[in-house]
Design a protein around this ligand. Structure first.
Ligand SMILES: C[S@@+](CC[C@H](N)C(=O)[O-])C[C@H]1O[C@@H](n2cnc3c(N)ncnc32)[C@H](O)[C@@H]1O
Length: 350
C-alpha cells in the first residue's frame, strides 16, 4: 500500500477496488501507522469505527476512520482510498475452509519438525511451554475440556490430557476432524508428532514415554464434533453441559471477518463454559493472511490491546497473557510479528 497526503485527507492507493469496509478496516490496523505522520513503527492502532462517505464509479471512496492509539487518544482520519491493497485478502469463509483446507499440506508447512514455520520461528516451543505452565503450575484442570478449531493438530492437547478426564475436539471441517482422529489412532501416513511429544514429556519430567503419552491422549479425547464458532451455540444442534475449560489455538483470528465478530465469538465460546471455568486462546498478532496448500487464507489483524479489551469486555478476567516475538520472519507464508497465549477465567455471563 502506498500512502500520501491530499489536503487534510490521507489517501492510500493500490490495486483492488473497494467493495466493503469490512476487512479493510482491519487491514488499516496495520497500515494506518504508515499513513500517520510522525508515527513510531511500534505504534498500534485499533480502528473503532468507520463509514464510507462517498464511493465513486471506479471504486474511489472517502472513508472516515476513527482509531484508538495505544488506548489513549482517539483520532479520526479522513482517508481517500483509490483501491484496496493487493495484499488485502478477502475473508475466507467456513465453507471455503471445508472445501479447500488441506490438513497434510498445512501440517507440512507449519509443523514439519525441521522446516515448519511454527517450529523455526519459535511459536511451537512458546505454545508448548505456556500450555505446560497452564495445566500444571497454574492449576487448570477439571472434568471436560473442549478444543475449538483443533484443525489437524494435536500439540495443543499434549499437556491438557494430563489435567482433564475428557477432551472433546471440535472443528468446522470434516477433513480436519477426520485427520485428527486418524492421527489419534496413529494410522500409517499421518503426521508424526513424536518429536513434540518427547518435548512435552521432557517438560513434565515424569519419565513418560512417547508411546505412553500417545495412549493417554487417545484415551482422553473422547470425541470430535462439528462446530461453528460463529453460532451462539458453536456445537449446535448439540447442547452440552457447561464445561471447565475451552481452548482455541490459532482459530478465532481466521474464523472472524472483523473485530466485532471476534468479540461475539468470545461470547459464543463463553456460553460453553461454567462460571469460574478457564479459556485459553492463542493467536498470531498483526497478521493479515497466511498461505497453505498454495492458497492464501484471510487473517484478522489482531493486537495485544484488542485482545486484552475484548476478553475483559466479554466477561473474563485475564490470569496470564504473554506475547512472544518471532525469531525468524523472512518467510512469505505467514507474515506476523508475534504470537500471544492467554489464560482467562470466566467471571460472568454477558
Ligand atoms: C489455521 S487452522 C488452525 C489449526 C490448529 N488449531 C493450529 O493451531 O494449527 C484454522 C482452523 O480454524 C477452523 N475454522 C475456520 N472457521 C471456523 C468456524 N467458523 N468454526 C470452527 N472452526 C473454524 C478451520 O477449519 C481450521 O481447522
Amino acid at each position: 500500500m502506498q500512502g500520501g497526503r491530499e489536503g487534510s485527507w490521507k489517501y492510500a492507493r493500490s490495486t483492488k477496488t473497494v467493495s466493503t469496509l469490512t476487512g479493510w478496516l482491519n487491514h488499516m490496523t496495520s497500515n494506518l501507522k504508515y499513513l500517520a505522520p510522525n508515527s513510531r513503527p511500534q505504534m498500534s492502532f485499533q480502528p473503532i469505527q468507520g463509514k464510507i462517505l462517498q464511493q465513486g464509479k471506479r471504486g474511489i471512496s472517502r472513508v472516515l476512520v476513527s482509531a484508538k492509539i495505544k488506548r489513549k487518544r482517539i483520532v479520526t482520519w479522513g482517508i481517500r482510498v483509490d483501491k484496496m491493497s493487493s495484499s488485502l485478502v478477502t475473508f475466507t469463509d467456513k465453507d471455503t475452509y471445508q472445501n479447500i483446507f488441506d490438513p497434510e499440506r498445512y501440517l507440512h508447512t507449519y509443523y514439519n519438525p525441521k522446516s515448519g514455520i511454527f517450529v523455526v520461528d519459535g511459536y511451537l516451543d512458546f505454545a508448548l511451554k505456556k500450555l505446560h505452565e497452564y495445566f500444571t503450575t497454574r492449576g487448570v484442570k477439571g472434568k471436560t475440556l473442549i478444543d475449538i478449531g483443533q484443525g489437524p493438530t494435536m500439540y495443543q492437547n499434549l499437556s491438557a490430557c494430563e489435567a482433564f478426564d475428557e477432551i472433546i475436539g471440535a472443528d468446522y471441517t470434516d477433513r480436519n476432524r477426520e485427520y485428527y482422529e486418524r492421527s489419534l489412532r496413529n494410522e500409517p501416513g499421518t503426521f508424526d508428532w513424536s518429536n513434540l511429544i518427547q518435548k512435552v514429556c521432557d517438560l513434565e519430567g515424569k519419565g513418560t514415554s512417547v508411546e505412553e503419552k500417545k495412549q493417554k491422549l487417545k484415551n482422553t479425547v473422547k470425541k470430535t464434533l462439528k462446530c461453528d464458532v460463529l453460532k451462539s451455540n458453536p456445537l449446535e444442534p448439540l447442547v452440552l453441559p457447561k464445561v471447565d475449560c475451552v481452548i482455541s489455538l490459532g482459530c478465532l483470528g481466521y474464523a472472524c471477518s472483523d473485530l466485532d465478530t471476534y468479540r461475539n465469538v468470545l461470547k459464543n465460546l463463553s456460553s460453553l463454559l461454567k462460571i469460574g471455568g478457564n479459556i485459553i486462546i492463542a493467536e498470531v498478532l498483526n497478521c493479515n493472511s497466511y498461505l497453505s496448500g498454495g492458497k492464501r487464507f484471510f487473517s484478522l489483524v489482531l493486537t495485544e490491546e484488542f485482545m486484552r479489551s475484548a476478553i475483559t469486555e466479554m466477561g473474563f478476567e485475564i490470569v496470564d497473557l504473554e506475547v512472544s516475538y518471532r525469531k525468524y520472519d523472512k518467510d512469505q507464508f505467514c507474515k506476523y510479528d508475534s504470537s500471544l497465549l492467554v489464560l482467562a477465567r470466566k467471571v460472568r455471563d454477558v
